[in-house]
Design a protein around this ligand. Structure first.
Ligand SMILES: Cc1cc2nc3c(=O)[nH]c(=O)nc-3n(C[C@H](O)[C@H](O)[C@H](O)COP(=O)(O)O)c2cc1C
Length: 148
């Protein structure tokens, strides 16, 4: 059994829906999952005590990548989360008609690598809500489990 933290930033509920589905899969597999809304947490020490951290965030920029409002302050302070040497994976809902499709996934992975996190698997990018890619969400949850 592993302790897993899932934190999501979601404005219309799409990334939240993915986070809930991931929580359901990982809980069913016997892991202890703490699911948190980015609006209700702060960065310092956030990852402490967890074996793995899953960060989810939608993107809202037009020409430049803008992270979801609640998640942006956490991203700015990612260095204080305690991610060095810790397992990390990213996920998001997005819209593939935008240039930076699910751009937060790439940003979180890049920053995580800089901070010494271990990227568990390729980030999950869902075009639309959780119902549009159930197989991808399940495959991501399984890939995460294999790295625990
Ligand atoms: C002004 C605006 C900008 C957006 N920018 C992006 C973007 O850069 N990349 C992307 O994948 N989706 C973009 N989207 C789409 C949202 O990220 C998408 O609807 C997503 O599902 C919202 O997820 P949430 O409900 O978890 O916040 C944008 C939408 C709007 C209205």
């Amino acid at each position: 059994m592993s302790r897993i933290l899932i934190v999501y930033g979601s404005s219309t509920g799409n990334t939240e829906g993915i986070a809930q589905k991931l929580r359901d899969y990982l809980t069913a597999a016997g892991h202890e999952v703490d699911l948190r809304n980015a609006a209700e947490v702060s960065a310092p020490g956030l990852a402490d005590g967890f074996d793995a951290v899953l960060l989810g965030c939608s993107a809202w920029g037009m020409e430049e990548l803008e992270l979801q409002d609640d998640f942006a302050p956490l991203f700015a302070e990612m260095d204080s989360m305690g991610l060095a040497g810790r397992k990390l994976a990213a996920f998001a809902s997005g819209d593939s008609s935008y240039e930076h499709f699910c751009g937060a996934v790439d940003a979180i992975e890049a920053r995580g690598r800089e901070l010494g996190a271990i990227i568990m698997t390729e980030g999950l990018k869902v075009d639309g809500d959780v119902s549009s890619a159930p197989d991808d969400v399940k495959a991501f949850a399984e890939a995460v489990q294999q790295q625990l």
